[in-house]
Design a protein around this ligand. Structure first.
Ligand code: FE2
Ligand code: FE2
Length: 276
């Protein structure tokens, strides 16, 4: 067997950025994370960045201008109509590859930095989420689209832990990392699988820990208590950045994965402790 090729890289992946506060938290933490981890690539799931649901071209442009290499999405991809043409024209933003082919956008991209090529694949689970095709069959097509890549990051955006764990095993040894998103709550199972794929069921979200997966907690509780429709707003309490760092020395293999859990730096909070 041929020796695996060297391809040293660090991939920082940030989980679901929720609302303007999540966006500010990401941008405030990013310089610290760059200093601490020196990531080669930074990939961000931004499906909740526009007021809690969806993304707009203006916000996507801002993230890319601030040095985010690629943006992944999920079940909230199509909440803002003005993003539809952008999804087709901007190569560095991906929506789940197992959505219907007729839906706007694409499910894979390749980004290049420091002479290394990173393939990014976005998938949606099929349990309790609307995805037109199977993540498990369509991932083969998606991987086939990635040309001459050194590393592959798969964002498995899914509700069910079973689908995410299964996808990790399914792709073990074939991609660098399978990282879960969507539940907004980080899980304690980060590890490198036996064939070298970094895995975590959910990296968590970037946004207010003081709410209920991003929503103001009193509104979420009222909805659950009354069983009546409640207008949800994004919580503004206790913002954190959550993600994972994958370190690699060989092509398509991870050496390690560590969770990244960082409160928004206090300098950016007001005198009462509430975020600016
Ligand atoms: Fe989300
Ligand atoms: Fe989601």
């Amino acid at each position: 067997m041929a020796e695996p090729q060297a391809a040293a890289a660090r991939i920082l992946f940030v989980g679901d950025v929720v609302g303007g506060l999540g966006r500010r938290t990401l941008l405030d933490c990013l310089p610290l994370l760059r200093e601490r981890y020196a990531p080669t690539f930074v990939v961000v799931n931004a499906e909740n960045i526009a007021g809690g649901v969806g993304i707009t071209p203006k916000i996507a442009d801002e993230l890319l201008a601030k040095g985010i290499d690629a943006i992944t999405l999920g079940n909230h991809t199509y909440r803002r109509k003005d993003i539809y043409p952008y999804l087709d024209s901007q190569p560095r933003i991906v929506r789940p590859a197992n959505f219907l082919r007729s839906q706007p956008g694409h499910g894979t991209c390749v980004i290049e930095r420091d002479g290394l090529r990173l393939g990014v694949v976005n998938l949606s689970g099929n349990l309790y989420l609307r995805a037109g095709r199977s993540a498990f069959t369509e991932v083969e097509v998606a991987l086939g689209e990635l040309d001459e890549v050194d590393h592959v990051l798969v964002d498995m955006h899914a509700e069910a832990t079973s689908e995410k764990v299964a996808m990790g095993w399914h792709l073990d040894g074939r991609v660098t990392a399978v990282l879960g998103t969507h539940t907004h709550v980080p899980t304690a199972d980060a590890r490198v699988l036996p064939q070298g794929t970094a895995y975590i069921t959910d990296v968590g979200m970037t946004g207010p820990r003081g709410g209920v997966i991003g929503v103001k907690r009193e509104q979420a509780i009222e909805s659950l208590l009354t069983q009546m429709p409640v207008r949800f707003e994004t919580s503004e309490e206790d913002p954190w950045l959550m993600g994972a760092l994958v370190s690699c020395s060989q092509r398509l293999r991870a050496d390690s994965i560590e969770q990244v859990l960082m409160p928004r730096p206090p300098a950016t909070a007001g005198p009462d402790g509430r975020p600016l």
